[in-house]
Design a protein around this ligand. Sequence first.
Ligand code: FES
Length: 96
Amino acid sequence: MKEIAKLTDIPEGTGLRVQAEGKEIALFRVGGHVYAIDPVCPHAGGPLENGPIEGSVVICPWHAWEFDVGEGKCLNTGEEITRYSVEVRDGAVFLV
Ligand code: FES
């Protein structure tokens, strides 16, 4: 497992983009959980980590497509997006 962020870097209801193992990963802290998905919006490449979050849904800051970060799914198209497994331990987020 590799540490990819400190929990304090991701306040509740926010997103953060990190790089790990050659990948770009967006972390979202929602309802006390941390979810990790591909940060690149499949519509036109918007940075999902910068979008506003409502519940478990992040809204792309470019054209407002919506993504459920827990399910790893676009709510506009039904398209699955890449999810990554992470674990939180001792105040740090690990890619597993
Ligand atoms: S780039 Fe995300 S909705 Fe268009």
